[in-house]
Design a binder for this molecule. Structure first.
Ligand SMILES: Nc1ncnc2c1ncn2[C@@H]1O[C@H](COP(=O)(O)OP(=O)(O)OP(=O)(O)O)[C@@H](O)[C@H]1O
Ligand SMILES: [Mg+2]
Length: 388
């Protein structure tokens, strides 16, 4: 991947996040918007408070004092616990922020503000928060199946491998969440932290995007980008954003392409345990994208060949388009949703007995996108309106 080494240094590599410190004159009204809403939310004056406040005592009781057996996982901002909140009679996930001075506080505010303003079936819901003294905690709906990362890489005897149909369903649902942020929110929201650990799964593998602490309001008016410090996660970050700090919605499309590639291949975006040349997923995939005879080599071996050949080709073609070096060549998220919704609707049934007299039709692989007016392969040009 063409992340320049100096930029890559500032990208999160060891789960450390940086904060944008200086306000740039190019920046749209994020700060103003946040300042207004921040005051309203923190002073309880918000017209429609969608997230309620909880006391620290209540959240400690919900998690049996943050007991280790309630721990769901740990990320760059702190630990996440499963809890039972008596007041709302609900199982919840509680993230206790590891406050790193000012930075953690800002992520907390952005998360509360973004999730209070944005609502969609494919975005995780924020039920409330706690800002008692120095404590900063976020209370989310509990996603019973954990993260996509757990399912792709953390296979345990009690967890069944993801089949092809489920993978496509998850990819389509995540794309719908991103479509809401890019195309329905006004101004658009650039998510900036799309990766497998931030795609959470509920019953029936219903996928939702989580973690909005890094999200930014997108450019407004005739601006084409937002200038920011480079943040995000190494391996998912678009090369032009890593090099220039200029953030556009196409940076998210790149990250989405990496996630889709992980879903198809079962390989991590960055995997230092693999041989040189295979450690960076996109760098490994680029030459293979050019030769469709090699596409079957890219499918997750755990699938054991149980995928539709044509569907595999089409999903890889969508991913290839998303990770193109040139941001303008990457598709819009609405087109990605159309293509993936089509693939998710195909419901592939694995038939172990090959039919003798009906050889599979040779797959026609869609070519990577060359200009923006064309739609990605796999679906009609009609924009999908269904939401999961
Ligand atoms: N709402 C939730 N429901 C169920 N499990 C959750 C929920 N939120 C987080 N988790 C679990 O907690 C883990 C840690 O989440 P967290 O967002 O803190 O870190 P991360 O996504 O791994 O890394 P990062 O801090 O870079 O986003 C997740 O991988 C997931 O398994
Ligand atoms: Mg996360």
């Amino acid at each position: 991947m063409a992340c320049c080494p100096c930029a890559a240094k500032s990208i999160k590599k060891t789960k450390q996040k940086e904060d944008q410190i200086k306000a740039s004159s190019e920046k749209p009204n994020l700060e103003q918007t946040l300042d207004v809403k921040k005051k309203a939310i923190l002073s309880g004056e918000s017209e429609k408070p969608t997230a309620q406040t909880f006391s620290f005592r209540e959240l400690a009781a919900a998690t049996k004092n943050f007991r280790a057996d309630c721990l769901l996982g740990e990320g760059g901002f702190g630990r996440v616990y499963r809890g039972w909140l008596e007041s709302i009679n609900q199982v919840v996930a509680i993230k206790q922020l590891d406050l790193n001075g000012f930075q953690g506080n800002r992520e907390f505010l952005v998360e509360v503000l973004m999730l209070s303003l944005l609502h969609h079936p494919n975005l995780v819901s924020l039920l409330g928060y706690c800002a008692d003294g120095d404590q900063r905690l976020l209370v989310y709906e509990y996603m019973s199946l954990g993260s996509l990362e757990d399912h792709l890489y953390g296979l345990t005897p009690d967890r069944k491998r993801l089949d092809w149909n489920t993978r496509m369903k998850i990819a389509a649902s995540a794309a719908k969440g991103l479509e809401y942020l890019h195309d329905k929110a006004n101004p658009p929201v650039i998510y900036r932290d799309l990766k497998c650990s931030n795609i959470l799964l509920g019953e029936g593998y219903h996928a939702k995007l989580s973690d909005f602490g890094l999200a930014k309001l997108g450019p407004v008016g005739d601006k084409t980008h937002v200038s920011t410090r480079v943040m995000g996660t190494y391996g998912y970050c678009a090369p032009e954003y890593a090099m220039t700090g200029q953030l556009t919605i196409k940076s998210d499309i790149y990250s989405f392409g990496v996630v889709l590639l992980e879903i198809i291949t079962g390989r991590r975006a960055i995997d230092n345990s693999r041989p040189a040349g295979e450690q960076n997923l996109v760098a490994w995939a680029r030459p293979l994208f050019k030769d469709r005879k090699k596409f079957p080599q890219m499918a997750d071996p755990i699938l054991q060949g149980q995928y539709p050949t044509r569907g595999l080709y089409q999903a890889l073609a969508v991913s290839a388009m998303c990770v193109q070096e040139q941001p303008t060549m990457r598709p819009r998220i609405a087109d990605v949703v159309t293509a993936l919704s089509y693939l998710a609707s195909q419901n592939y049934n694995y038939n172990p007995e090959p039919k003798r007299n009906s050889p599979q039709a040779s797959p026609s692989t869609p070519r990577p996108k060359r200009d923006n007016s064309r739609k990605p392969a796999g679906g009609s040009s009609r924009k999908s309106t269904s939401e999961e």
